[in-house]
Design a protein. Structure first.
Length: 542
């Protein structure tokens, strides 16, 4: 994900119809909406291509990508989150039954070469035992395919620590980024379930569009990477996000600024491959200036048109709204989602909802904290653009990768944290969540409400709802845990541990500060032999 203030856990173009020197006719966008109501199927759609503003199958039928993101392979777990509670089969089957036809699967470059995952319950996921992260990716794709779900691979982060503003860092070079993509293109060369590559999640900060400075020019970098991928597999869709800063006084969501496409589209060596992918979020995530307009929410379509909608409406290239999501708790958010769903439905644009995971701190997920119970209000709001499908069977399917070669980076990665297989839950039965009752704690300004999402013999996942009555530039919560070994992963905060004594967490990235009346849901995964039943929590703020 990403917004102007974030760096966290969350996809050009005068070109497509013209890149083949006029040989590809643009399909009127109005035809897409009527074609988007096709019924679901347990078979994948296969390779896709673009035709003006729309995406089409090999048989030239219009296809709308209806995706949900399932994150975790980009974090220090190096595995999709929630597999400590549910099976991969069950999660994928539920996503398919909700009406989605695609999974957007985030990963980090670090995890591609990591030797192991952690926090998978092998009693529920026996086929994942002993697999490296990239082999888990193989299995994910095979099982998704069996449910009729296509997969978009999303290079979400270079390392598993945080989102980077550029597509490279000092530790992970551009060459490493491109070689990883070419290795994945080779690995899934004959796998039509893998339909596209989202080249880099949410360029922002100094990233520019077509500015000519090769160090920060995202449009040029996407062209280089896209051509490298297509040299291996010319059938893939190349999914390209925007930037944050579009001009001296024009900022938008991270990865969403695509106004520069009009003058400087991405032109690749293979025509009909580019799909542009902005992100969009509501006021509860970040209070952009357009949320305060007197004609809100009626002003939103014009905002979207100016930043990225024009690309599809002009027949330049397809749009896949790569991330959008909300807890759906405020009136403003409900207005935003209703307007956005109407916009997507009327234009027939493709999309990827963020996220299936309930542990997305600022948006929540499509299921509740038990990873099973559907968020019915969200699904009802999305119903106009979803296709209801019957539940899909969850028969395990063994992955059959095209090759067994693991991506080989140009340089040896030096992960910030190396996943430790010893942290994997060794449960022989399904973990039974505990629900200790812990009263909210307040320091007069900040209130922290603790809840356990899941627990098992060697760890637990806990959430905090952090709210404030006044503006707070920072906040910290701490509590005693006499059995803690370490914090495996955290979202919305950074945590330190005194072994067998305590945990201290400080708000970070999108949850670093709080406005009056604002609430952030943050969380963490802890390695511990015992879950605290009544932790004594201390709250501090500035």
């Amino acid at each position: 994900m990403g917004a102007i203030t974030w760096g966290h856990v969350v996809a050009g173009a005068a070109a497509l119809a013209l890149m083949a020197t006029g040989s590809v006719a643009a399909t009127p966008l109005a035809q897409v909406a009527s074609a988007s109501a096709a019924t679901g199927s347990a078979s994948i759609v296969g390779w896709l291509h673009t035709d003006g503003a729309v995406i089409k199958t090999a048989s030239n039928k219009t296809h709308v990508i209806k995706a949900a993101s399932w994150f975790g392979l980009e974090t220090s777990n190096c595995a999709p989150h929630g597999l400590w509670t549910i099976s991969l089969d069950a999660g994928l089957a539920q996503i398919a039954s909700m009406g989605f036809n695609t999974i957007r699967l985030p990963f980090s470059s670090e995890c591609l070469t990591a030797p192991s995952t952690n926090s998978i319950n092998y009693a529920l996921n026996p086929t994942l035992q002993g697999k490296s992260p990239v082999q888990v990716m193989d299995t994910f794709i095979a099982k998704a395919k069996a449910k009729g779900l296509s997969v978009i691979l999303d290079r979400h982060r270079p390392d598993s620590g945080a989102q980077s503003e550029l597509w490279y860092t000092a530790q992970y070079s551009e060459q490493r980024w491109i070689s990883d993509w070419k290795a994945l293109a080779t690995r899934y060369l004959n796998e039509p379930a893998v339909i596209g590559f989202d080249l880099h999640n949410e360029p922002h900060g100094t990233a520019c569009w077509g500015c000519g400075n090769s160090a920060v020019d995202w449009q040029a970098a996407a062209t280089r990477a896209g051509n490298a991928v297509l040299s291996v597999n010319p059938k893939l869709l190349i999914i390209i996000e925007g930037v944050e800063k579009q001009s001296a006084d024009s900022y938008t969501w991270w990865g969403s600024g695509l106004a520069g496409v009009r003058a400087k589209p991405v032109k690749l060596s293979v025509p009909n491959r580019v799909v542009y992918s902005p992100h969009d979020y509501p006021a509860s995530v970040y209070n952009q200036k357009w949320f305060a307009a007197s004609n809100y929410p009626n002003n939103l379509p014009a905002v979207w048109d100016a930043n990225w909608g024009y690309i599809a409406k002009s027949g330049i290239a397809p749009i896949l709204l790569g991330e959008f999501g909300t807890k759906l708790e405020t009136s403003s958010d409900k207005q935003w989602l209703k307007t956005l769903v109407s916009y997507l439905g009327s234009t027939g644009m493709s999309y990827a909802y963020w996220s299936f995971n309930p542990n997305s701190g600022d948006t929540g997920g499509l299921v509740k904290d038990d990873w099973t119970t559907p968020q019915t209000a969200k699904l009802a709001a999305l119903a106009p653009i979803l296709t209801a499908r019957a539940p899909v069977a969850t028969t395990p399917v063994s992955p059959k990768p095209t090759t067994t070669a693991t991506p080989k980076p140009a340089t040896t990665p030096k992960p910030v944290t190396t996943p430790k297989p010893a942290t994997t839950p060794k449960a022989t039965t399904t973990p039974k969540p505990t629900t200790p009752v812990v009263p909210p704690v307040s320091n007069g300004t900040i209130t922290a409400k603790w809840s356990v999402q899941n627990s098992w013999g060697s760890g637990y996942v806990a959430n905090f709802d952090i709210s404030s009555t006044a503006r707070a530039s920072s906040w910290t919560v701490s509590w005693k845990d006499s059995a803690v070994t370490k914090v495996i992963n955290a979202w919305g905060m950074t945590c330190t541990v005194v072994a067998n004594k305590s945990i201290t967490c400080t708000g970070a990235e999108w949850a670093k500060s709080l406005a009056p009346g604002q609430t952030h849901r943050v969380g963490l995964q802890v390695e511990s032999t015992r879950t605290p039943n009544s932790p004594v929590i201390t709250v501090k703020s500035k």
